[in-house]
Structure formats: C-alpha cells, structure tokens
Design a protein. Sequence first.
Length: 95
Amino acid sequence: MKGLLAALFCVVLGAALVACGQDKGKAPTAKEATTHAQKKATKVQKKASKKEQKKAPTLAQKKQQDRLGECNKQASLKNMKGEDRRRFISSCVGA
C-alpha cells in the first residue's frame, strides 16, 4: 500500500512539474509589444492629467480655505478650545 501511494505521489508530482514548465503562450510580436506600450503610456498620461485637475483648487475653494485660516487664527488668539472653538469657526466661516 505504501508503495502504491509513493508511486501515485511521484506521478502527480511529475505531472505538476511538467504542467508548470509548459509555455503558456507565444511571445508577443514587436508590433503587439509596441501597441501595448502605447496603450499603457496613454493610460498613465490620462491618470496624470486627472490628478493635476483634482489638485488645482477652484477660486471658491481658495476663498473658503483663506476664510477658514483667518477664523482659526482668531479662535487661537481667543484661546478657544473644544465645542466653543468649533461653534466659533463654524459661524465665522459661514458668515
């Protein structure tokens, strides 16, 4: 029985090694490789342009950020903390 299991194990192991060693496809031709590289470059460029567009704040966002910075400075000068600070900044920015 042990001999049968050992032989079966060797057959399965051999089959697995052969299957792993097989070539899973042909190598791409030069034209296919170039086309693939061009598609990949186009995708990278699109992602970069989207990131640039997202990074640039609009004029309204810039004004809101400036207002928030000023309100934070005023709250710090008044030594406000916690809930009072949150209420003050909220009303300051909203005004």
